[in-house]
Write a protein that binds this ligand. Structure first.
Ligand code: C2E
Ligand code: CA
Ligand code: CA
Ligand code: CA
Length: 277
């Protein structure tokens, strides 16, 4: 029994060593890719559900390898967060997304907004508010055309500081969206306390609408969001059935493969030109 136990232990430490090595390697590759400009966002359109019109976009970061493959953000965002690299990366995403929006406006599509994901690591930087404001100024985009997506996990950093930072940004006209609502260890009070304009229903709840597994969470989030004065956007909409239920529920906006996938800017401009006006 003893030798079996030792064997297991050896196996366990090897697994940890391998994982650590993989992480170290991944971080090295990520830093390299970042410095070589291989990280840039794609843009997924968002729509008004009733009219079907495009209202804006969400910037979603992509890592394009030298071989032309795309590594999804779920693979590298956690490493970027742990290492602190997310701070520089997030600032670059913001700059890229604002420049892209300017290009979109100038291409004949004014008034559309851009949503950018913000990690808690970024938000805890003392210069976060100043960073966002100077990025906006440099881009020439109006504050009303920028939305920042934050998750409820910001509350873990100290609700007061976060509320104050979001409030400052919001007072300049920037919109705030609460992302992935209901998926974390959240409290309803966060939804009430965080200064916001929009709440995003997570894909898992949207999927449940027509998968026979309930779908009652989305039923609740729509009226709840409206009650506290938020617009409600459902993400990950993939079927007409989901869209129809969301329309009945009074959901305001949608985003998902049914309407449009995340695209690089050039493809997005082509796509926009083909949209009915
Ligand atoms: P998220 O913010 O919840 O973004 C929505 C995710 O759902 C995106 O995955 C998007 O491509 C995907 N999606 C959209 N519509 C559909 C659909 O109809 N079906 C399915 N199956 N998926 C859909 P993506 O691009 O892989 O991003 C994953 C996560 O990585 C994001 O989740 C976000 O948390 C994080 N992320 C992406 N870009 C950034 C960034 O610039 N900064 C930070 N901090 N996080 C980012
Ligand atoms: Ca998001
Ligand atoms: Ca989300
Ligand atoms: Ca998510």
């Amino acid at each position: 029994a003893k030798s079996a136990g030792q064997g297991q232990f050896a196996h366990y430490t090897t697994a940890i060593a391998t994982e650590t090595r993989d992480r170290t390697r991944l971080l090295q590759d990520l830093r390299m890719a970042f410095s070589h400009g291989l990280l840039f966002p794609h843009y997924q359109p968002q729509f008004d559900l009733k009219s079907g019109k495009v209202v804006g976009f969400e910037a979603l970061l992509r890592w394009r390898t030298e071989e032309g493959q795309f590594i999804p953000p779920d693979r590298f965002i956690p490493v970027a967060e742990q290492s602190g690299l997310i701070v520089a990366m997030g600032a670059q995403v913001l700059n890229n997304a604002l420049a892209a929006l300017k290009t979109i406006h100038q291409a004949g599509f004014p008034g559309l907004r851009m949503a950018v994901n913000v990690s808690v690591m970024q938000m805890r930087q003392p210069n976060f508010v100043a960073m966002v404001q100077s990025a906006l100024e440099a881009s020439g985009v109006a504050p009303q055309e920028l939305e920042l997506e934050v998750t409820e996990s910001v509350a873990a950093l100290g609700m007061e500081v976060m509320v104050e930072r979001l409030q400052t940004l919001r007072s300049t006209g920037i919109a705030i969206a609460i992302d992935d609502f209901g998926t974390g260890f959240s409290s309803l009070s966060y939804l009430d306390q965080l200064p916001a304009d929009r709440v995003k229903i997570d894909r898992a709840f949207v999927n449940a609408l027509d998968s026979g597994t309930g779908g009652r969470i989305a039923d609740m989030i729509v009226p709840l969001g409206h009650k506290i004065g938020l617009k409600v956007l459902a993400e990950g909409v993939e079927t007409e059935a989901q869209a129809n239920i969301l329309l009945e529920l009074g959901c305001d906006e949608v985003q998902g493969y049914l309407y449009g996938r995340p695209m690089p800017l050039d493809a997005l401009l082509d796509w926009l030109a083909k949209q009915p006006s």
